[in-house]
Design a protein around this ligand. Structure first.
Ligand SMILES: NC(=O)c1ccc[n+]([C@@H]2O[C@H](COP(=O)([O-])OP(=O)(O)OC[C@H]3O[C@@H](n4cnc5c(N)ncnc54)[C@H](OP(=O)(O)O)[C@@H]3O)[C@@H](O)[C@H]2O)c1
Length: 285
């Protein structure tokens, strides 16, 4: 499915907002050196977006991918088995401030997409990553560990030896506590979106650590980032950045050049990045 010798890039939630601009930017930069899959959960919305980019002279391909549906992830994996060079996990949701759904429901749905769906996507697609692959998880500065009042919990979340199983349990505990209405009492933050992105950034650090352990010499780099406050449906178009500006840091991370044999501390690796700069997520923003 790829061009001979070409690179394969996949962007989840590519049909609108920041994801659409990431697809556009990657198509412009890779041109005939690769193929960019615009992944969308809804085929019609995805096809419309592909058509708009084709009208602009670009050539993305459509991939149906609902990150909260394990069967959809497996189908996408089967279609991508030639290998992946760039994976941008951009798909995400946020309830509006005036949403009327109970907090427990908001926590369950938000964590299921932003954290669990993204982690499942990584777990299923990582075996397809080729040497020098770049993975970008679009997280958020809203996922600030300083929002966690329980100091033991915070210490675990930022610790170097946190495991994915332990992190998944913490995220499940958050959802259970949110449903009981006790999440604040046990020191979780009072934000479903923020907690989902804390989990995603913590997961990114684990994914980088584990892939470096098992694929030592393959120069695979996984980072989390914040695109900034962007004018999209998610922000009810109040964001101050254009979608192209929001796509800048994710694209920069997606196209980090090969690092063979180098250990350059200025190159993000398992980090949290905003405005192309590494921020120390473990110390809060
Ligand atoms: N906008 C900001 O200021 C801002 C700031 C920080 C971080 N972010 C993060 O940036 C990413 C993109 O946000 P955005 O502002 O561009 O939001 P958006 O305009 O609402 O777009 C979100 C995209 O994610 C897709 N999506 C949602 N759930 C999905 C699922 N289960 N499977 C596959 N795709 C799914 C949506 O598809 P549908 O069209 O089918 O709904 C849409 O394509 C998100 O992860 C968000 O949390 C945004």
């Amino acid at each position: 499915m790829s061009l001979p010798g070409g690179r394969v890039a996949v962007v989840t939630g590519g049909n609108k907002g920041i994801g659409y601009a990431i697809v556009k930017g990657l198509c412009e930069q890779l041109r005939d050196q690769g193929v960019v899959y615009l992944a969308a959960r809804d085929e019609k919305r995805g096809q419309d977006a592909v058509n708009r980019l084709k009208d602009a002279g670009l050539n993305p391909r459509l991939l149906q991918l609902d990150i909260s549906n394990p069967k959809s992830i497996e189908r996408a994996r089967d279609q991508l088995k030639v290998g992946i060079d760039v994976l941008v996990c951009n798909a995400g949701i946020a309830f509006k401030n005036d949403a009327t759904e109970p907090f427990g429901e908001q926590a369950e749905v938000t964590v299921a997409t932003n954290f669990t769906g993204t982690v499942h996507t990584c777990e299923k697609l990582f075996p397809l990553l080729r040497p020098h692959a770049r993975v970008v998880n679009v997280s958020s500065r809203a996922g600030d560990v300083e929002k966690i009042a329980n100091s033991n919990l915070k210490t675990r979340l930022i610790s170097e030896d946190l495991t994915m199983d332990e992190l998944k349990k913490i995220m499940n505990d958050f959802v259970s506590a949110a449903k009981r209405g006790t999440h604040k009492d046990v020191g979780f933050p009072n934000t479903a979106y923020g907690m989902s992105k804390i989990g995603l950034t913590a997961a990114t650090r684990i994914l980088q650590r584990d892939i470096a352990k098992y694929n030592k010499n393959e120069d695979i780099i996984v980072n989390a980032c914040c695109p900034g406050y962007v004018d999209t449906d998610m922000t009810s178009h109040k964001g101050t950045k254009t979608i192209e500006e929001g796509a800048d840091t994710p694209i920069y991370l997606a196209l980090l050049p090969p690092q063979d044999g180098k250990s350059d501390q200025s190159v993000p690796k398992g980090n949290f990045v905003a405005e192309r700069r590494i921020l120390d997520w473990t110390k809060g923003f």
